[in-house]
Write a protein that binds this ligand. Structure first.
Ligand SMILES: O=C(O)CCC(=O)C(=O)O
Ligand SMILES: [Fe+2]
Length: 364
């Protein structure tokens, strides 16, 4: 069993589209692209991809099925720490494009529907800007707005790591059922501070799976908790098409985005917050297994305070106050912090619901 052919299918193929065939061979399998012996025999899998449908994303043009072919070859994964695996170039250019299309579609469609600001939020002047300054964060339940096949791709990537590193990853991956898709966008100046992914955002015993698109990034990581006192700090450069998985012993990996290498996006990758031209910046896509049972407020805009719903805030309030069940219901008052319940200065603006401390703690 192997995973070499990465295929993307669109929901609404029209006969016209079948005239376009693109090589789906991932970067690692191309000539000169690696050291493993299996790669010399990599098949030149070409697949139909509807380029005509690009630009029509968000409606019928949504990528509906993203797959790794289980009968292909094995991309060479490197275990950087027990349970922390890096697959360089495992996503073909076509699959990168398809995933980027998904990212752009879910983050802009939601904004259009007024349900969420997606990657953007309205600033004080009524203009839409990235929701986290030099970067933007968005997540939502996969079943809600992500296309068919998205969950399976995350699962397949996790299984790949379990197959290659069963001692560390077989158990956490066996139970992995991604429920949430998280999509971050970074400008060239975007960074993410050191943190471990909390259990509200991925179950303790399940892995995190992340795909990288666009500009390369320096991904910092520290030794897991037990060894952290030694201050061991390393980093790995993640290129477009790379995937990382961390779970098991590395589930609590402390990590950060230390740097984005501006202008290193593959030239053929198109789309992003800036519009349909070449992608400027970096996108990371993560699959996470967590749900209401973990206390997760699904939509990032609810968490950011851009949209408040009946079913999420009470859960957070109850948690922050030390439990006590579902608690309350209804919209939080702007005078009380939505995170800790403490007093907060309120101007009535959207996003005013968190006190500074809660806001900062989440921003990491
Ligand atoms: O974008 C990345 O590489 C890291 C994202 C991340 O750590 C997170 O969203 O928790
Ligand atoms: Fe993280």
């Amino acid at each position: 069993m192997g995973f070499s052919c990465l295929s993307a299918h669109r929901k609404s193929f029209r006969p016209l589209c079948w005239r376009s065939y693109y090589c789906s061979m991932p970067r690692w399998a191309r000539s000169g692209g690696g050291t493993g012996s299996a790669r010399a025999d990599a098949p030149t899998n070409c697949l139909p991809l509807c380029r005509e449908a690009e630009g029509a994303m968000g409606g019928d043009g949504l990528v509906s099925d993203l797959r790794i072919d289980p009968d292909g070859l094995t991309p060479p994964g490197k275990q950087l720490l027990p349970g922390f695996v890096h697959y360089p170039g495992v996503l073909s250019p076509e699959l990168q494009q398809a995933l980027l299309d998904v990212a752009v579609s879910v983050t802009s469609r939601a904004r259009d529907e007024g349900v969420s600001g997606g990657w953007h939020r309205k600033d004080d002047n009524g203009r839409w800007s990235l929701n986290d300054g030099t970067k933007a964060r968005f997540w939502d339940r996969i079943d809600g707005i992500f296309p068919k096949g998205f969950r399976e791709l995350g699962q397949d990537l996790a299984r790949l790591s379990a197959r290659d590193f069963p001692r560390d990853l077989a158990a956490p991956v066996a139970a992995f059922e991604p429920q949430v898709g998280a999509v971050n966008y970074y400008t060239g100046r975007g960074r993410m501070g050191w943190h471990a992914d909390d259990y509200n955002f991925a179950k303790k015993d399940r892995p995190i799976v992340m795909a990288n698109l666009g500009d390369a990034a320096e991904f910092g990581y520290r030794a897991p908790v037990a060894a952290a006192a030694t201050g061991a700090e390393r980093s790995v450069r993640l290129e477009s098409g790379d995937v990382v998985v961390f779970g098991g012993e590395a589930r609590d990996l402390v990590h950060a985005v230390l740097r984005v290498y501006e202008g290193t996006t593959p030239t053929n990758l198109r789309g992003g917050p800036g519009g349909p031209g070449p992608l400027v910046g970096r996108v990371s896509v993560t699959w996470r297994d967590c749900g209401p049972e973990d206390g997760l407020t699904f939509n990032s805009d609810e968490r950011l305070g851009l949209t408040v719903t009946e079913n999420t805030l009470p859960r957070y309030l109850a948690k922050r106050r030390g439990g006590g069940g579902g608690g309350g219901g209804g919209r939080a008052r702007s005078a009380a912090c939505w995170g800790c319940g403490g007093a907060v200065e309120s101007s009535g603006r959207a996003g005013q619901g968190y006190c500074q401390a809660c806001w900062d703690s989440w921003r990491r």
